[in-house]
Design a protein around this ligand. Structure first.
Ligand code: GLU
Length: 418
C-alpha cells in the first residue's frame, strides 16, 4: 500500500530517472543521513509524568546545515517525518539557499496541552536534541502544530545550554527576540506570489480569478489574504469544522478574525456552509490551494477537483497518481517544494540577519522574499516548458525535481561523496 513516504520516494526515483542521475546518488538522496529518536519526560501540571517521543530526521547535508520545521501532531509517525525531511531537502535545494533538509516532530496534540505543559514539552525537546542542533548544524523552525512562541521557548532553552544568546539556531522567532515580522505570513505570502505568477502564465492573469483554500491555518489564511489583495476572489475556505462557500467572494480579513477568535471557519457569518471540510477541494474555482496536510487529493477524489491550477501550500497534499490524473486534464500542479518555500526562504533571511546581528525592516525583507519566490517559479516554469515540449516530463514537479536534484548531485560530486 502506498504511504506518504512511499509517494515521496516515488517522486525522488522519478526525478533521478528523468535527470539521468546514477543509482548511488538515488541511494544517498532517498534515505536520511541520520535519524534521532528521543524520549521527552514532562511533568504535567496535573502532577502526572508523561513521556513523549520526539524525532529529528536529518535527511541531507550536501548543500549546507540541516534545515526544517518541527511538527506537533497527534498522528505523526516517524515515516511521515522522514517524508517531510526529504521534501525539505528538495525545497531548500530548489530555492537556492545554502541548506540541507531536516524535519522534527512529536506525536502530540498541542491543543490538548495547557500553555505550561506545552512550554515544558518544547524545552524538553531541545534538552533531548541539543547535541544535534546548532546554527551551523541543524536549524529548526515551526511546522504544523508549532508556533513562534514555541520557537521562543526553544531558543531560550538552547541559549541556556550554550551560555549565550544563540538566535540563529531557531528561525521564525517572535520579532522582539531576533525574529522578523515577515516570517509570520511568509509561507502564505509566498504561495500567493506563486499563485499570481502561475495565473499569469496559464490563465492570462490573476485579476478576478476564483480561489479556493483548503485548510485555514497559518499558510491558508495568509495565502487567502494576500491573493485577495492581489486581485483574486476567494470563494471558499475550509478547516476541520467544514467549508464556507461564497461565489460573491469571502471577506478574508473577517474570516481570519472569526477563525482566530472562535477556532472555526464555519462561524463566518455569510456564505453557504458545507459540513464536509473536503468540499473546498471540489468547488468551482480557477485556483485551488490545498494548504492543510498531506494526501488530500487522491485517486478517490481527484475526479471532483475542478480547479485549473493547484498550488500546493501543504507538504504532499497530492498523491503522485492523482497528480498524473490532473495532468491528463491539463491541470497545472505547482509542487509543494516550490509553492510553499516562502516559509523556509524567510527562515533563511532571518538566519542571515541573526548571524550578522543585523536587522532588515519589514518591507525590505518582504521584497527580498518576493524576488526569490518569483525567480524560483520562473526558473522552474522555464525548465518545465522546455522539458514538456520534448515530451520528457509531464508535470511541473518533474521539472522541479530535476532542478533540485541537480544541485544536490553537483554538491555531492564536488565534495567527493560520489
Ligand atoms: N515548516 C516549514 C516548511 O515545511 C518551514 C521550515 C523552515 O522554515 O525551516 O517548509
Amino acid at each position: 500500500m502506498s504511504s506518504f513516504l512511499s509517494d515521496v520516494i516515488k517522486n525522488i526515483r522519478r526525478g533521478c530517472e528523468l535527470g539521468g542521475f546514477p543509482e548511488e546518488f538515488y541511494e544517498l538522496v532517498s534515505k536520511p543521513e541520520r535519524i534521532v529518536i528521543v524520549k521527552i519526560p514532562v511533568k504535567l501540571s496535573d502532577g502526572k509524568l508523561k513521556v513523549f517521543e520526539g524525532y529529528r530526521v536529518q535527511h541531507n547535508s550536501a548543500l549546507g546545515p540541516y534545515k526544517g520545521g518541527i511538527r506537533f501532531h497527534p498522528e505523526l509517525s516517524l515515516d511521515d517525518d522522514i517524508a517531510l525531511a526529504t521534501i525539505m531537502t528538495l525545497k531548500n535545494s530548489l530555492a537556492g539557499i545554502p541548506y540541507g533538509g531536516a524535519k522534527g516532530g512529536v506525536k502530540v496534540n498541542p491543543k490538548e496541552l495547557n500553555v505550561k505543559d506545552l512550554e515544558a514539552l518544547c524545552r524538553g525537546y531541545v534538552r533531548a536534541l541539543k547535541d544535534v542542533l546548532g546554527e551551523y548544524l541543524d536549524i529548526p523552525a515551526p511546522d504544523v502544530g508549532t508556533t513562534s512562541q514555541m520557537m521562543a521557548w526553544m531558543f531560550d532553552e538552547y541559549s541556556k545550554f550554550v551560555g549565550r544568546n544563540a538566535p540563529a539556531v531557531f528561525t521564525a522567532k517572535p520579532p522582539i527576540i531576533h525574529g522578523n515580522p515577515v516570517r509570520e505570513y511568509a509561507t502564505g505570502f509566498g504561495c500567493a506570489v506563486i499563485s499570481k505568477e502561475a495565473a499569469e502564465k496559464y490563465l492570462g492573469g490573476l485579476e478576478g480569478r476564483r480561489v479556493s483554500i483548503q485548510g485555514f491555518g497559518n499558510t491558508g489564511q495568509w495565502h487567502a489574504y494576500f491573493i485577495s489583495k492581489m486581485g483574486a476572489k476567494v470563494v471558499a475556505i475550509s478547516d476541520t469544522s467544514g467549508t464556507v462557500y461564497d461565489p460573491e467572494g469571502i471577506d478574508v480579513e473577517l474570516a481570519m478574525k472569526v477563525k482566530n477568535t472562535t477556532g472555526k471557519v464555519i462561524n463566518y457569518p455569510r456564505g453557504e456552509k458545507i459540513s464536509d471540510p473536503q468540499a473546498a477541494l471540489y468547488v468551482d474555482a480557477d485556483i485551488l490551494g490545498p494548504d492543510a496536510i498531506e494526501r488530500q487529493i487522491t485517486l478517490e477524489n481527484v475526479g471532483k477537483v475542478k480547479a485549473k491550477i493547484v498550488v500546493e501550500g501543504a507538504n504532499g497534499p497530492t498523491t503522485p497518481e492523482a497528480e498524473l490524473k490532473l495532468t491528463e486534464r491539463n491541470v497545472i500542479v505547482v509542487p509543494d517544494f516550490l509553492a510553499n518555500a516562502g516559509g523556509v526562504v524567510m527562515s533563511y533571511l532571518e538566519w542571515v540577519e541573526n548571524l550578522q546581528w543585523y536587522i532588515w525592516d519589514e518591507e525590505e525583507t518582504k521584497k527580498k522574499l518576493e524576488d526569490i519566490m518569483r525567480k524560483n517559479f520562473l526558473r522552474t516554469y522555464k525548465k518545465f516548458e522546455e522539458l514538456r515540449s520534448t515530451g520528457k516530463v509531464k508535470t511541473m514537479r518533474d521539472a522541479a525535481l530535476v532542478l533540485a536534484l541537480e544541485r544536490i548531485y553537483e554538491a555531492m560530486k564536488v565534495r567527493g561523496w560520489l
